[in-house]
Design a protein around this ligand. Structure first.
Ligand code: SF4
Length: 445
């Protein structure tokens, strides 16, 4: 007798933080898994705690430029370990009553998959898992995602999940679910060939205000402050045609206008990757807007790439400059050299980009950072007519800079991921001044 399709419930949990905003942020990995499970015959349901389009929410959550927008925000008590942070701590996302309603309304799942993003957002994950155990105590809960990968031991000890899964191995997860449910599936994709993966299941959402696009995984660089190499040890890519077809699919089938590239290394090997992708988009004649919340590498920007970015409809350009000083930079990264920023900005302007469309990320809050140097970097970036965007440093386990971060912090970073929160500038020693932070932020305006 053929077994009924098992039911897997997927959860994107709340964010607990001092600040959060939907800057084109979607749980791409979880929705990718949803699509894979769907194509393998599983029944899928999805609860998105960060749903800005839940039918029972007011209009305020729905507005925003280029599909971005505010989450619903409910103040909650601040963690007792952060008494020095004079800011309101909140739960971002839909009310708990709506979550409980959905859990009651849906048929009981066989397994629940919960994702996790920033390490310091784990309290939102734990809160959700607690509700799951209360409402469906006999259903196994699997926790994956970034927090589960970077802070695996912490998650095993504190999250309350039945299993904590690290990394991004969809084939392993499918095998595990097959074993747990007794559902035998025949693999419909080739693990190392991203072109064989289905498009992430964005259509599980109540509305699609933008689409995140990932054209490849990983990055060939190993910057000291970044966990890309730990999260994806290999640099793998989809073919340009597969990417073009996905963009056209969401645009034509779901009228999506805004696309945010999530790649860590979108422009690397441009002749074989971004150039054919953009040529394809232009050839298809679709009118869309592209955004790059993950920084673009500066070095690969050529005249041809700058022109294609403009013609294809790039609207928001963010460049990974990090600092305008190069004297001690080798210990941090090697992705950009002294004259390359100026050259890239010149090419982008010549291609047609306006000053308001271009921003350059500058790292703020690095261990031992000279804030005068940061001030000077802000001035230099502004001088080129580019908006300085402060990227507040979050210390990340398994990165080269982690040890220095632990030494520099006024908190015991290793004891609790809450201390990784970039809103609290964890690597600034006492006396730490919020006025100084406010002044630097004002300088970027
Ligand atoms: S910061 Fe950017 S270039 Fe450096 S490793 Fe991370 S993704 Fe790659």
């Amino acid at each position: 007798m053929e077994k009924d399709a098992p039911h897997i419930l997927l959860i994107n949990p709340w964010i607990h933080d001092f600040a959060a905003y939907d800057f084109w942020a979607k749980p791409l990995g979880l929705l990718g898994i949803a699509a894979i499970l769907g194509t393998h015959g599983y029944t899928i349901t999805y609860i998105d705690c960060l749903d800005r389009f839940h039918p029972k929410l007011t209009e305020r959550q729905k507005t925003g430029e280029f599909g971005k927008g505010h989450y619903l925000k409910s103040p909650i008590p601040k963690p007792a370990t952060l008494p020095d942070v004079a800011r309101t701590y909140s739960r971002y996302g839909i009310p708990e009553t709506l979550v409980r309603e959905s859990l009651k309304k849906n048929p009981k799942p066989d397994v629940v998959l919960v994702t996790s993003l920033m390490t310091y957002w784990y309290p939102g994950v734990l809160a959700f898992i607690k509700i799951l155990h209360e409402m469906m105590p006999d259903v196994p809960v699997l926790l994956g995602g970034i927090y589960a990968t970077l802070c695996h031991d912490h998650a095993v000890k504190h999250a309350g999940a039945d299993q904590v899964l690290g990394g991004t191995d969809e084939a392993k997860l499918l095998d595990l679910l097959d074993r747990m449910t007794g559902f035998g599936t025949r693999r419909q994709f080739v693990p190392n060939d991203l072109d064989t993966y289905p498009y992430p299941a964005f259509d599980l959402q109540h509305a699609i205000s933008y689409i995140p696009i990932l054209t490849g995984r990983g990055c060939p660089f190993r910057c000291a402050y970044c966990a890309s190499g730990f999260l994806n040890s290999r640099f793998t890519r989809r073919s340009p045609d597969h990417v073009i077809e996905e963009i056209v699919y969401w645009h034509e089938k779901h009228s999506v206008k805004d696309f945010a590239f999530y790649d860590d290394a979108l422009l690397i090997d441009g002749d074989h990757h971004i150039m054919p992708i953009l040529e394809g988009v232009i050839r298809r004649g679709i009118s869309v807007r592209f955004h790059t919340p993950n920084a673009l590498h500066i070095r690969p920007i050529t005249k041809e790439i700058a022109e294609l970015l403009f013609r294809a409809g790039f609207e928001t350009i963010r460049l990974g400059l990090e600092t305008a000083f190069f004297d001690h930079r080798k210990t941090l990264d090697s992705k950009v050299g002294p004259t390359e920023f100026e050259r890239a900005v010149r090419l982008l302007k010549k291609a047609g980009f306006q000053e308001g469309q271009m921003g350059a990320y500058l790292l703020f809050g690095l261990p031992g950072q000279d804030l005068e140097e940061l001030k000077a970097s802000i001035k230099i970036v502004k001088g080129y007519g580019v908006r300085p965007v402060l990227a507040q440093y979050s210390p990340i386990p398994h990165t080269t800079l982690w040890k220095d971060a632990v030494t520099a912090s006024r908190y015991d970073l290793a004891s609790d991921p809450l201390f990784h929160n970039n809103s609290i500038f964890p690597c600034q020693k006492e006396p730490f001044s919020w006025e100084k932070v406010a002044l630097l932020k004002r300088l970027t305006q």
